[in-house]
Design a protein around this ligand. Structure first.
Ligand SMILES: [Cu+2]
Length: 185
């Protein structure tokens, strides 16, 4: 009976372990604050640039990770009005669900716009004032890694099952032995 009790204790702890593991599991990669400086221009050279002297069309490819909180610091290199669209649906037009800044027109004072990169994939960005064809670029949002599977879940269940079988056989064998030892009539 002592062995049976020990076996049950082991099985109980083995079955309880996955629950504890799930409660203490690590969540998705924590969001990270990212700052991206962008200069916009319609006057030649039109496009986007990381700085006032490297504006190109298409503009620079911007890469972040899913979940990042991206703060854009936006400048208008030609001092005319621009508006940044994060083209989440890759439609090359400003639709519901896309990210958007307020229009900005200062060459010297940054207009800030915060975008949380929830949608992974190869997206685009463009200027809503001058259009995709004149001012656009690629916005890559790397997918967050899948959360790790709870390790050892099945192993613990299998081990628990094996222990149950062993205990049952042990108890049965002990019972049979005791019955055989009984003196005959
Ligand atoms: Cu523009």
């Amino acid at each position: 009976m002592l062995f049976a009790a020990l076996g049950l204790a082991v099985v109980t702890s083995a079955l309880a372990a996955p629950v504890v593991g799930a409660m203490s599991s690590i969540g998705p990669t924590p969001e990270k604050a990212v700052t991206i400086t962008l200069y916009a221009s319609f006057a030649a050279p039109a496009g986007w640039g990381r700085g006032p002297n490297n504006i190109t069309e298409p503009g620079p490819t911007l890469t972040v990770n899913q979940g990042d909180v991206v703060t854009f610091e936006l400048f208008a290199n030609d001092s005319t009005s621009h508006q940044l669209i994060i083209d989440v649906d890759n439609s090359h037009s400003n639709n519901s669900g896309d990210g958007w800044s307020y229009p900005f027109s200062s060459k010297t004072t940054a207009a800030t716009f915060t975008y949380t990169a929830n949608t992974a994939g190869t997206l685009t960005y463009f200027c809503n004032v001058h259009g995709y064809n004149v001012q656009h670029g690629t916005f890559v949002v790397n997918a967050a890694p899948a959360p790790p599977a709870p390790a050892g879940d099945n192993t613990l269940l299998i081990v628990g099952g094996v222990i149950v079988v062993v205990v049952v056989i042990g108890v049965a064998a002990a019972a049979m032995r005791m019955r055989k030892k009984k003196p005959g009539p």
